[in-house]
Unconditional design. Structure first.
Length: 358
């Protein structure tokens, strides 16, 4: 994978500048140093630029007061890559939901989830999503475009600045399918790790599974946590819920996940949205355990968050506990993730869809 080229803005006619220059956010200190040198500036200004972008949260390069005045004037044209706040809402449990407006006017969701000393950010990787999973609000809205690395890193900085607290964890579980946007996602992961300073193991990438992409991800040796949205213990049921499962059968997906474990030495998390009467029966729990026998894995059960477009139901607590108990009896590692911030449409894609109803 090649790094995004950073072209010299000085050579471009003024009107084309802001459209053609890639935003700087997501660039490493090495890239920024090379870039300032291209502009005829001494190399140490690269480190200054890095500090202003990632630590001071500068939104316009013309505000970097340590840079010479005449250069600052020219730099006003170069985009940093920061979004603007379109909407913000706070749930009673202190989860904060953001709708962020991008340079082309598109809107994406990000969520800040505080807990004890941690601050987790849920980021989007696409505007919309093409996977069309039947229970997912984002999937109902269709797909618009991929996000670039700056637009992904921006979400984390935005939440960090709003909370005035360092982000400890990032989950790629907002809008979009990360493995359909691997180049931007992998460079955003590297930047979050090296530039924003979040440990690779505190970054979780969630995917519904795209053929060959899990293996490719393993080969990048990033040490991120991989979460795979399984949602069903057999092919027939998975196809019902996830259209892309037809072209990528569950056996192939699980085989690729096993390769991931072999290559990286890290366990895989399997996400499983619990839909009452659909995939939460005792036989499903038994099948799920069977699928994962001998597999270094962990099941994360997610009680369904109701969306308007379909009439699935969330199982009651007894039913959820019964499912958990079977997995435990079968020695399958399991936890339950109760979504937070439901009151303000926190669940995947729900905030954006509720704010864009006509
Ligand atoms: N496309 C990726 C990441 C985005 S969705 C993926 O599919 O993994 C993040 C997680 O939220 C996925 O496990 C997804 O299945 C789940 N999800 C989507 N809609 C949901 C809903 N209404 N209730 C509970 N979980 C949901």
């Amino acid at each position: 994978m090649s790094a995004t080229p950073l072209v010299s803005p000085l050579d471009l006619p003024k009107t084309e500048k802001s459209q053609l220059i890639p935003p700087l956010l997501g660039a490493s200190v090495t890239e920024l140093t090379a870039w300032v040198q291209q502009q005829g500036q001494p190399g140490y200004r690269g480190k200054q630029l890095h500090d202003w972008i990632y630590n001071q949260g500068v939104r316009s390069l013309s505000d970097i007061s340590v840079f010479p005045k005449n250069w600052r004037g020219e730099l006003a044209e170069v985009p940093v890559g920061r979004s603007t706040l379109h909407y913000r809402s706070v749930a009673p449990d202190d989860t904060v939901k953001y709708l962020l407006k991008l340079a082309d006017g598109q809107i994406v969701e990000a969520v800040g989830i505080p807990s004890d000393k941690r601050l987790t950010v849920c980021v989007s990787t696409q505007v919309g999503c093409p996977m069309a999973c039947d229970f997912c609000a984002t999937g109902k809205g269709g797909f618009t475009r991929n996000l670039n690395r700056a637009e992904i890193v921006d979400q984390v900085l935005t939440v960090q600045e709003d909370f005035q607290q360092r982000v400890s964890n990032v989950v790629f579980m907002g809008m979009g399918e990360p493995l359909l946007n691997t180049e931007s996602v992998i460079s955003a992961v590297k930047s979050l790790n090296q530039d924003v300073g979040i440990g690779a193991r505190s970054l979780t990438l969630s995917t519904v599974g795209i053929r060959d992409r899990i293996r490719q991800l393993a080969e990048h040796n990033l040490q991120v946590t991989l979460a795979v949205s399984l949602h069903a213990p057999n092919q027939a049921l998975r196809e019902q819920l996830i259209p892309s499962a037809k072209a990528y059968p569950i056996e192939d997906l699980l085989a690729e996940c096993r390769e991931y474990v072999q290559i990286t030495g890290r366990r895989v998390t399997f996400e499983y949205v619990l839909l009452a009467g659909v995939n939460d029966l005792p036989e499903h729990a038994m099948q799920l355990s069977k699928c994962l026998r001998g597999f270094q894995s962990h099941v994360n059960l997610i009680p369904y968050n109701p969306i308007e477009e379909v009439d699935y139901k969330r199982p009651d607590r007894d039913r959820i506990q019964a499912f958990v108990k079977i997995l435990q009896e079968q020695n399958t590692a399991v936890s339950v993730r109760y979504s937070r911030g439901l009151e303000a449409d926190a669940a995947c894609g729900q905030l954006r869809s509720s704010k864009f109803k006509s």
